[in-house]
Design a protein around this ligand. Structure first.
Ligand code: AMP
Length: 271
């Protein structure tokens, strides 16, 4: 596993390879990330993992400051899994040396779910993914369904511009079904117990949706229940079609999307 600290070294190291799998991360490596790496390792000749906490996708300074960082531990895990060929650890200037302001904007129809509640977040994500793809030029990029809207928007944008294919990967959960996330490191045991209860409740809600006439009304009611029962703040609880992310009135081809705050930590999931 080669550790790459700047773009010159990156270009030199990757030049000989034309079957690269790329797994972009912000570190805090967990089994969710490793499942993406496994998939890349199976399908592609070489796997590149990047660790870069992209400041431009944080709409909240406190969130950026508290985002879990532990490069030493991350590198140890990545080395141990024996499936990573290159780890790219860019500095801010490696990505943003071109000082021109990015022109990325989201169309109105995409300003839903997290885009509605985290202003500028996806513009930052799309910008950094655009830049990373240009720099790395991978054949395939592996991304998690856990961040479904991110996967949807990045796939739509990158596959229009580059030859790169964006490959969706299933959400990996802990033994209590809580979706793994680097942000879980900011939760204590009792927070995680609540997150597991919320997951269970969401499964019940999704099952019950089937026979509801007015789904948005039903979900509004469930949102209030969840808020009251678990003392959480909820940004959204919505059933949406997986192909176009439009509000859905059937379980078919749909997922239930939630974003909520537990102990001031923003968690998202979809099922
Ligand atoms: P992050 O480091 O949180 O930016 O995530 C990097 C990549 O890992 C993204 O494509 C995420 O969707 C994916 N990912 C994060 N958590 C999980 C998970 N629990 N299961 C599968 N993929 C995940």
């Amino acid at each position: 596993m080669k550790i790459i600290l700047n773009n010159t070294s990156l270009f030199e190291s990757l030049r000989p390879f034309n079957d690269l799998g790329f797994v972009p991360t912000m570190g805090g490596i967990h089994k969710g990330h490793l499942s993406l790496i496994n998939k890349s390792n199976k399908i592609c000749k070489k796997t590149v993992v990047s660790i870069f906490v992209n400041p431009k996708q944080f709409n909240n300074k406190k969130d950026l400051k508290s985002y879990p960082r532990n490069i030493k531990k991350d590198l140890k895990i990545l080395k141990k899994c024996k499936k990573v060929d290159f780890v790219y650890l860019p500095k801010f200037n490696d990505i943003y040396k071109d000082k021109k302001k990015s022109k990325i904007t989201l169309p109105k129809k995409d300003k839903i779910l997290c885009a509605k509640f985290r202003k500028g977040h996806f513009e930052g994500v799309l910008d950094v993914m655009n830049k990373l793809t240009k720099i790395i030029n991978p054949q395939k990029i592996f991304m998690g369904e856990k961040d479904f809207q991110q996967l949807y928007l990045v796939k739509k944008k990158l596959e229009r511009i580059f030859k790169t294919k964006v490959i969706p990967c299933k959400t990996i959960r802990d033994k209590n079904n809580v979706a793994l996330s680097s942000r879980n490191l900011l939760l204590n045991k009792s927070n995680l117990v609540i997150a597991a209860k919320i997951y269970k409740k969401l499964i019940g809600i999704k099952k019950n949706i089937q026979n509801k006439k007015n789904i948005p009304n039903f979900l509004n009611y469930q949102k209030k229940e969840l808020k009251n029962n678990y003392k959480i703040k909820i940004d959204y609880l919505e059933l949406r079609n997986i192909n176009n992310l439009k509000i859905s009135c059937t379980n078919k081809n749909s997922r239930l999307f939630i974003a909520y705050y537990l102990n001031n930590v923003r968690l998202i999931d979809n099922l």
